[in-house]
Write a protein that binds this ligand. Sequence first.
Ligand code: S3P
Length: 741
Amino acid sequence: MNASDSLESKSVLIVGLGMIGGSIARGLRKAHKNIEIKACDRDLSSLQDAESEAAINGHGSLKELCPEADLVICCLPPLSLIESLKDISQLVKPGTTVTDVASVKTEIARKLAEIGGDFSKHFVPGHPIAGSEQSGYKAAIDDLFQDRNVILTPGPEVNGQALSLVNELWRSLGANILGMSVERHDQVLAATSHLPHLLAFGIVDSLVKQEMSDDIFRYAAGGFADFSRLASSDPKMWSDIFVSNSVATEKVLDDYIENLIVLKKAITEKNQTYLFNVFSNANATRDNFINTHYKPIIKDELEKMNVTFEVEPGGKISGKIRVPGDKSISHRSIIFASLAEGVTKVSGFLEGEDALNTLSAFREMGVNIVGPENGELTIFGVGMHGLKAPRKPLYMGNSGTAMRLLAGLLSAQQFDSELSGDESLENRPMNRIANPLREMGADIETDENGTPPLKIKGSSLTSIEYKMPMASAQVKSAVLLAGMYAEGITRVEEPATCRDHTERMLAGFSYPVIQNSDTGSSELQGGLSLSATDIDIPADISSAAFFLVAASISPGSELELSHVGVNPTRIGIINLLKLMGADIEVCNERLVGGEPVADLKVRHSQLRGIEIPEQEIPLAIDEFPVLLVAAACAEGETVVRGAEELRVKESDRLDAMAVGLKTLGVEVEEYEDGIRIQGGVIGGGEIDSHGDHRIAMAFAVAGLRASSKIQIRNCANVATSFPGFVDLARNAGIKISSGRD
Ligand code: S3P
């Protein structure tokens, strides 16, 4: 966006100067002293108040003000907005960006489709999730939107500049910008906002009709005041909302009425157990909502919440399953789609915490992303130079991939940034990327141990030829991302083949990369651009690996894993299990968006111990925890050497596996760079996963062959890569349950 496109230089018109419109005016004035803000409203005194305090520069009619505006912000109740849209569309000049704040989106989208043309392409539907039961300009506050969410619901046809301008508007008011489809928005809001308002209005209405209503209100106290607060909301606004979101609200209301009838029956029958259970669940759910969603998330508190898996011994694996999307490809889809010109649609996206943190980071840098909804995202690329300075440190959670790739990208921006992570990530080595990036001219500060947080000052970079000391796709990708901004050709050479999703995805976005398999190098020219493309993310072979091993080790098992990514740089786990005698069939191999995909059929077979060939290690780097469980179930010994990289993953995986397997009675010898495991009988016991998702899931698989129960502590991070693991594992045949400590 160049200077003339920026909000500062625009003439803004606010239509409807109530609490939301007024708060936008006051907030915008605070953020941009000189911006021109005009307003229309039926209430002259609001306009005069706003003008006298200089929140607006002037007021008038729609007819007078629409033609002069560059950005029109409609802050009207939904039905009033729908009625006015046609007039506004005829009054504004072509290319004017128009947005709204309404709590209902489907009916507005329908009206826009009716109006069509250029106007509807420049209309960016928005909804700030902020406000209170108060209404009118007097209730407006300048920081109403600070740290609050705003949902935008643009379709892929929406004009990119209009979208950027509306993004900038909410950014300057301090809001976090989310994206949803119109339909999802109305369903979600019906449940979370519209239903509670209806109940508040409804309870006051029904009490007022009671004979003793005077007494009811005289003696009512805090409980009634809390519950009925929402009934003080603006009646015009809320009647508009229910009329225009009737379908979605009717549905949640039906469910609620059904539930009320059951509760009434429990009261009639004096069924205290039922009531107690319902109230306990509701109580815990609300506490969880307040702690994890409503309050800003406090990292330490989150880390304290712990999950334990309990796995009963035995079982066999069967069925046909699809595991969630590939984590490496999910991260990269957000990064490259954000930097592309145009709109990218992603399907199969992994809705795990790691990839969601990457998504939030790009939203924080001004990228509009709709979704995820059932693994689908629409990403409105901002181009190679379109990212905005993050307003706060970017939290990468548990993800080394996200932190390292973003470090490469952020080193080359025009702004400064900071990357932070959870306790595990804060202990992971970052000099492996900081050193080559510094050679390119990057200004990156780590703490004294070379660990996060990373403080990055935006710099101009020069290209580099870099021989990596370790086979790391993260390091390679960080350098290539930086190289895209450096003058000349950046070339990275790997000592052994490691995953090439970055190169494949760059090619998919039409950014040329030369890969040379003889020299193990990848190179690209800086300064080119990416064009948007659609991405279908395959299921993650690293998640499939748990089930490949589970079915291999449990007699009578037969399982099909569908649509699994089988990129040759990731199939070490299949190669190694086959070497151990596993019965795995790779079927229907096909290419999906540049990545090979297949269905995998696996049956039980007796495994035997092997010496792991060193060149396979980077190709199975994330699968070692579960591979070592396979080794513990195999006949004979399995030896791994040259695998020191396993010590710097989410935990020290050599140590975590050695200690855990020993606890289960397995004979294990640990080396500095590897491990030896003597296959045999597996017992039960209590395991610490050290907060490492893959250690937790590996020991869950071990339960299939254990002689007694295995308890696995510290499993909350399974959600980083494999949301829904427990349910999927249970359905497939692992006797697993999960509880919070
Ligand atoms: C990843 C690369 C691997 C892997 C990690 C994801 C990636 O790390 O362990 O889970 O997406 O590039 P290294 O490249 O550091 O070995």
